[in-house]
Write a protein that binds this ligand. Structure first.
Ligand SMILES: [Fe+2]
Length: 353
């Protein structure tokens, strides 16, 4: 019996010879499994609320640095695999998360691929990502875009490990059998600082020479954390105490989300703040950039500290709490809202209880 009171027929009710004949034709009746594909009221979710603690993963990532040279890895990444999605190495049904390490003097060679990737910088100084000839410094909390089809390579000329969280839309691209990669020769980046330091220095200002021309898809590759953090603090100072302090990363020429499939945004939780979010049709992942706290997702409570990564499924009830009564906490949120909005099925549900 399903939500309509209607009882759908089962496979067992059908004559075995009929089922056999269908099977031989690579066909099957829909009605016995219809509610698995399109259930009433809420999707079937295999993604579980889950947290990956940096204190546990960092030593394993450093061990990978000892065990596997860059030539054997191409990208030295530990994939964060949701226990509900095994064997797929995805953090949620829509988000791939991987922790990537490069060591001093190493280079992750130039390539491009059909899935888009975004780097959320976790630790280290002196690393750079070069995207289509634009060299972007990697500083803690920075968000750096390497969109689909754009050449990118990573280099580390500093000291100590350089670690970041990769966020890819691979769970969307791989099942569509459209995921592939092309190797390139090393790029020759210019000496010019990246566009966040030159052409797109402040929101509300764009280069005059672009007026009247079609907007660029990715005019800004790097969103420096130092500026995002300051903007969140300024927003909090001007907002009512009940208002959310939440900023989205957007294309400065269009105001639209910075990437086509995955959305990126930064949240500040005021000291002691507890915030309940409306349930949304997108799955969600978080990187704790600064501070400590607790997040409850569909009844599962997870306490987090700096650099921890945690996720929840689509349609989840989410509540964040800053664990400090003195200091703000900062999260970067990732979700597949942009894709869902384009496809016309993004929803937010009112908080009702
Ligand atoms: Fe890549």
């Amino acid at each position: 019996m399903d939500g309509t009171g209607q009882e759908l027929g089962t496979l067992e009710e059908l004559p075995p010879d009929y089922v056999d004949q269908l099977t031989k034709q690579y066909a099957a009746p829909a009605w016995p499994s219809l509610r698995d594909i399109i259930p009433y009221d809420r999707p079937v979710c295999r993604t579980q609320p889950h947290i990956w603690r940096y204190a546990d993963l960092r030593p394993l990532l450093m061990r990978a640095g000892e065990l596997t040279p860059m030539e054997k890895a191409e990208r030295r990444v530990l994939m964060l695999s949701n226990p509900g999605l095994e064997p797929a190495p995805f953090a949620t049904a829509g988000i791939f998360f991987g922790l990537q390490l490069i060591l001093p003097g190493e280079m992750a060679p130039n390539h491009k691929h059909s899935p888009s990737a975004v780097r959320l910088i976790v630790e280290g100084e002196g690393g750079t990502t070069t995207v289509e000839g634009e060299r972007c410094p990697m500083e803690k909390g920075d968000v750096i875009l390497t969109p689909s089809g754009l050449w990118h390579e990573h280099e580390h000329l500093g000291a100590g490990p350089m670690i970041w969280l990769d966020a890819l839309d691979a769970p969307v691209v791989v099942p569509l059998e459209a995921s592939y990669c092309v190797a390139g020769t090393p790029q020759r980046p210019g000496n010019q600082p990246d566009a966040s330091q030159t052409r797109y220095r402040r929101s509300g200002l764009v280069p005059y020479d672009g007026l009247g021309r079609p907007a660029n898809d990715y005019p800004l590759k790097r969103y420096p954390w130092v500026e995002v953090r300051a903007a969140l603090l300024d927003m909090a100072a001007g907002a009512g105490s009940a208002d959310p302090v939440h900023l989205a990363y957007v294309n400065p020429e269009t105001g639209h989300e910075c990437m086509p499939i995955l959305g990126f945004s930064a949240i500040m939780l005021r000291p002691g703040e507890e915030r309940r979010l409306p349930r949304r049709s997108a799955s969600t992942g978080y990187l704790a950039v600064e501070g400590e706290g607790e997040t409850e997702i569909d009844g599962t409570s997870m306490s987090w500290q700096e650099n921890d990564v945690f996720v929840g499924p689509t349609h989840a009830a989410i509540r964040h709490r800053n664990g400090s009564s003195k200091n703000p906490a900062f999260l970067i949120q990732v979700d597949e809202g942009p894709m869902q909005r384009k496809l016309g099925y993004y929803e937010e549900f009112e908080i009702t209880d």
